[in-house]
Design a protein around this ligand. Structure first.
Ligand code: SAM
Length: 348
């Protein structure tokens, strides 16, 4: 048995692996290692979640953002972004469409937009929960105070997605403006978990200045945080950002990191991301076969979809919610899985 195969075996058995070992595995893995780790990760997914793939209806309700992350198409200095906000009624309409289509989780995602007060967010969350008591509400609206997170939780929010982006301080500083810090990002994640949210973290693969060492740190941070959800997608450049000329992350390395995550956090809810579907036509199917168990079709109104452009060539921006839902159903059935009409909570 070669070195990488035996290391993958140790990870699968839940043994502690050092940063050096992880970095070596990430930088030296071969195409055969990728097949091997995906096979293992897919088997773990099946053992814990069976052939059920959970769906989340993604509602991108604002593309205004006060932050200026260098990789992101909706950063505040992108003057070419065509900004929009959805009203409470529009958000509720998206949920209604989604409920009929079998969605039992709604994800409200947006830039960090001060237009919506904490009271506004709480009111939207509690109205969704009142109308659809059998549904989960996930928020993904960035870094807030512990008090704000607590208020949304008390209003009924069940889950929160906040990728840590990179667990290396120097790398974090190269991707973000000075006013943002990894320390505060981590504080948010620990607050969210402590309050009781099913908490999601994650990172982009192939972001500028990323190395096998920083990816190893990402994995060790995830192991320590032990989140319920982990979002991993390739970095894809956006033409109106400082990273416009950078290379996108690869399908292969993203699949490797998804599979590694499934082995290190066997119970995690892991989406096969839209970004993965953007770098390869069958990227989401391959993500599932690498151990992912969630898909997040878009429920945003069709006329705003092209405006929530985090990166270039984003897929599904011209489709109706129902088209996205049936397309994903076909894709999942094609690999022997089925979309489950359920909240799709974390399995202990
Ligand atoms: N504002 C919230 C936050 O910061 O978590 C949620 C919205 S933010 C746009 C959602 C995620 O998009 C980020 O966590 C980041 O990983 C991802 N993202 C942004 N720009 C991207 C790019 N160019 N390529 C791939 N993913 C990107």
């Amino acid at each position: 048995m070669d070195n990488n195969t035996s290391l993958i075996g140790r990870i699968e058995r839940g043994e502690d692996i050092s940063a050096e070992e992880l970095s070596r595995l990430i930088s030296s893995h071969t195409a055969e290692d990728l097949d091997y780790i995906c096979g293992k990760a897919n088997a773990v997914r099946k053992r814990i979640y069976g052939d059920d793939i959970y769906v989340r209806g993604l509602i991108e309700f604002t593309n205004y953002c006060r932050n200026d992350c260098l990789y992101c198409g909706i950063r505040r200095s992108n003057k070419n972004a065509d900004r929009y906000r959805l009203t409470r009624e529009q958000i509720l309409d998206c949920c209604e469409t989604g409920y009929v289509l079998g969605f039992r989780t709604f994800v409200l995602q947006g830039g960090e937009d001060g237009f919506y007060s904490d009271d506004d967010i709480c009111r939207i969350v509690s109205e969704i929960k009142e109308k659809y008591p059998d549904c989960a509400v996930t928020l993904s609206i960035g870094e807030k105070s512990r008090e704000s997170y607590r208020a949304y939780y008390n209003a009924g929010a069940d889950r929160y997605l906040l990728r840590h982006e990179t667990a290396d301080n120097a790398h974090y500083a190269k991707l973000h403006p000075n006013e943002l810090s990894l320390e505060n990002r981590k504080r948010c994640l620990y607050d969210l978990k402590d309050i009781g949210y099913q908490t999601g973290s994650g990172f982009m693969v192939g972001s500028p200045y990323q190395t096998a060492d920083t990816l190893a740190e990402d994995m060790l941070f995830l192991k320590e945080l032990d989140p319920h959800m982990v979002g991993i997608g390739p970095f894809i450049p956006h033409h109106d950002t400082p990273f416009a000329a950078e290379k996108a992350g690869t399908l292969e390395l993203t699949l490797f990191m998804v599979a590694l995550t499934r082995l290190m956090l066997p119970h995690a809810l892991i989406p096969a991301t839209t970004a993965l579907g953007t770098v390869a036509f069958d990227g989401r199917e391959r993500g599932i076969l690498a151990g992912a168990n969630v898909v997040m079709p878009n429920l945003s109104p069709r006329d705003v979809r092209k405006k929530y452009l985090l990166y270039d060539n984003k897929i599904c921006t011209g489709d109706e919610a129902a088209e996205c839902r049936s397309c994903l159903e076909r894709r999942m059935n094609g690999i022997g899985c089925r979309i489950a009409v359920t909240r799709g909570d974390y399995k202990q």
